[in-house]
Write a protein that binds this ligand. Sequence first.
Ligand code: NDP
Length: 300
Amino acid sequence: MPRVAFLGLGAIGAPMARHLARPDFALAVWNRTASKAEALARELGVRHAHTPADAAQGCEVVITCLPISRHVEALLDGPDGLLATMAPGTVLVDCTSGDSATSRRMAARLAERGIGFLDAPVSGGVAGAVQGALTVMVGGDADTLERVQPVLACFGTRIVHCGAVGAGDALKAVNNALLAMHIWGTAEGLVALEKAGVKAEIALDVINASSGRSNSSMNLFPERVLTRAFPRTFRLALLDKDVGIAAELAREHQVTSPLLQLTAELFRMAHNELGEDADHVEAAKVVERLGGAQIGGRPA
Ligand code: NDP
């Protein structure tokens, strides 16, 4: 029976890990705040590991899903670290939306010990994770991906090999930068329209039947902004981090067109203003404040 460990039971990690609690895998879960891992392990009937090393003990595949790559890198070392127990021939699959440089550094260190590494960030949100219908964008060796494919298929319906180590991270960052642009651009346009006397409900109805539509205009704004529900599914702090990675990628490759840099600046500002716990769609509130009108017409 393949032994799998899942480390990082946050908003998206926990529903991903749930899909690995199956009779054909032996699953161990670990989380920095142990009570979350303990509760999930009890509910699923899987092993609660007390350290990353304990989780990885005897595992063929170790999956991580933490906020940033450096948090994963910090799990490698020391007596409780992954390198203490991961054996040659095993694979670390990092589902963090990470940065390519840190992923390449981790891959090189693991390779010295014969351990495989894939960067494998996901898209589809918490809803996609609950349904086991994520897209997984993978950077690394194709043969290594083939070996772990049955594990990734538990939570991913679309598993795409994007290139060498770091390619998954780069693609994920650009995807999320586009999400950020759509949120900000849709909010800015709707605030201007509200002030010009066009109600957001009517504007979205037309935009969503026209060429300006996006996932933001079709789903996020009707469900979360017009309703003022703003559910917390994906932290603004994490989107800020993703846009920052995309902006850094553009700088590294001398892409001098300014939109990624500007988007990174706007989301850093929104993150600073709204704090660590705000949801990403709440960036629209900053646009409302700057524009002086609320989307949906109710008082700001
Ligand atoms: P959350 O903030 O909900 O959870 C973060 C998890 O990482 C928690 O389990 C937390 O532990 C743990 N953690 C935080 N810092 C450290 C650390 N220094 N060392 C060890 N563990 C740590 O994040 P998400 O689950 O939303 O996101 C995880 C990754 O997935 C991010 O890279 C994000 O960008 C990406 N992602 C998220 C999506 C979403 O919709 N939420 C969608 C697609 C990608 P603790 O419980 O102790 O706080």
